[in-house]
Ligand binder design. Structure first.
Ligand SMILES: C[S@@+](CC[C@H](N)C(=O)[O-])C[C@H]1O[C@@H](n2cnc3c(N)ncnc32)[C@H](O)[C@@H]1O
Length: 255
């Protein structure tokens, strides 16, 4: 079963508290720090398109790719409803596509941690590399290993009420320290409180946590010059308090 197939219809509701506009501004500021402030932007693993639309509203010429048909369908519907022309396509970011001459490539909300081997991570980096102009900037985030190991995994429950819907998500995680992976077993109970119906969805998400040293080595192998790794939404070094880190890299001018 494709991951995010059954999960997709509930995705935006589950993350309604995530501030996509603020995250987009943060990423734009980091891109500006590295000399890129406008032009063509490719979103790898764009999901339902929330960052892509935010970038488009800021004037970027945006395209997006995602593995999940359901997430891409949602992104297309959202762009059409907003009157924005954003080419979204279903595809694997680990397979180099036709995209070329981008000023920047972004990959946000842990897409790099859905790549659970070094080969898959490098394949994703090669897709970004092929899409970028020489000198272009790649920005992406991932689960930071130091924080995952320090904090450990635990079962989490999230309840969201949006009448008449009540969504209860249980996330039970299995940690394999030798493989540096965490399998998050999601169970969603989707209730219609008016009709007294309940629908259950089960999906396992296999994730890999990374350390900046291994991410940066893979970037170099793929023709990038790493330009820093930090804790998410900050300029601090990755640290045990924050599961998310981001890295920035420049496509070497000669590669
Ligand atoms: C947590 S979601 C993030 C979606 C979006 N970037 C956001 O910020 O809301 C992770 C996304 O990565 C996509 N994904 C994971 N592996 C992928 C791959 N190999 N190729 C394309 N998309 C992938 C999933 O389908 C999913 O939409």
């Amino acid at each position: 079963m494709t991951v995010f197939a059954d999960y997709a219809p509930w995705y935006d509701l589950l993350y309604q508290d995530k501030d996509y506009a603020a995250e987009t501004s943060f990423v734009e500021a980091r891109l500006r720090d590295h000399g890129v402030s406008s032009g063509k932007l490719l979103d790898l693993g764009c999901g339902t398109g929330l960052h892509a639309l935010a970038f488009s509203r800021q004037g970027w010429n945006v395209a997006g790719i995602d593995l999940s048909h359901e997430m891409i369908a949602s992104a297309k519907a959202r762009a059409a409803q907003a009157g924005l022309s954003i080419p979204f396509r279903q595809g694997d970011v680990c397979a180099t596509g036709p995209e070329r001459d981008y000023d920047t490539v972004v990959s946000l909300f842990h897409v790099a941690s859905y790549q659970t081997s070094l080969d898959a991570l490098a394949a994703m980096f090669r897709t970004a590399h092929a899409a970028l102009k020489p000198g272009g900037i790649f920005f992406f985030d991932y689960w930071y290993g130091g924080a995952v190991l320090a904090q450990g995994v635990e079962t989490r429950v999230k309840v969201i009420e949006q009448k008449p819907l009540r969504l209860t998500r249980i996330a039970q995680s299995d940690h394999d320290e030798q493989a540096a992976t965490v399998t998050v077993n999601y169970t969603l109970f989707c209730e219609d409180t008016d009709r007294a119906t309940i629908h259950r969805v089960d999906e396992a998400h296999h994730m890999r946590y990374w350390f900046p040293f291994e991410v940066e080595a893979a970037l170099r192998q793929c023709g990038f010059e790493p330009a820093g790794s930090h804790a998410w939404l900050s300029d601090a070094v990755p640290n045990t308090k924050n599961w998310a880190a981001y890295s920035i890299a420049r496509k070497a001018a000669q590669s």
